[in-house]
Design a protein around this ligand. Structure first.
Ligand code: ADP
Length: 154
């Protein structure tokens, strides 16, 4: 089934909102298949945010992302990339819809609570960037039968 990468960012860890955020993924029915805590160094941030390295605010992003560790998660589910982007809400916290993670917990365009892969293609690359194959666990989640129809759970 489709996978996506989520980074629970340092603002979330410092504010004690890790459980709140993971709770939303679990309540939706998504399956956790990998998780670890890590300090993100310059090299991995420059790779991960390659589309932003030339922006004047990139130094600020790096400082923000290095203020505390991050929690890296791989989630699995039907159309999970799109689902998690919707759960996250738009980047600018003041514009994110109430009910979304950023809409409920962020007032910033920089301190955005989580990162979520923005396409199936980038999800594949991002999962590989942060996890080895061995770290992605295969397991049977017992509520799969009641979350999906027979044709949806492949
Ligand atoms: P998203 O995280 O919603 O996919 P982007 O890929 O555009 O959004 O940006 C990645 C991250 O860079 C954002 O989550 C945020 O932490 C930071 N960022 C984006 N735009 C700005 C900005 N204008 N000023 C400061 N930080 C920003």
């Amino acid at each position: 089934m489709e996978k996506t990468l989520v980074i629970i960012k340092p603002d979330t860890i410092n504010r004690g909102l890790v459980g709140e955020v993971i709770d939303r993924f679990e309540r939706k029915g998504l399956k956790l298949v990998a998780m670890k805590m890590q300090h993100l160094d310059d090299k991995i941030l420059e790779e991960h945010y390659a589309h932003l390295v030339d922006k004047p605010f990139f130094t600020g992003i790096k400082q923000f992302m290095q203020r505390a560790p991050s929690i890296l998660i791989v989630l699995e589910g039907r159309r999970v990339v799109e689902v998690v982007r919707k759960l996250a809400g738009v980047t600018e916290g003041t514009e994110a819809m109430p009910g979304t993670i950023r809409g409920d917990f962020s007032l910033s365009v920089q301190n955005t609570i989580i990162h979520a892969s923005d396409s199936v293609e980038s999800a594949g690359k991002e999962v590989e960037r942060f996890f080895t194959k061995k770290e992605i666990l295969e397991w049977d989640k017992i509520d799969t039968e009641v979350i999906y129809s027979d044709t949806e759970k492949e």
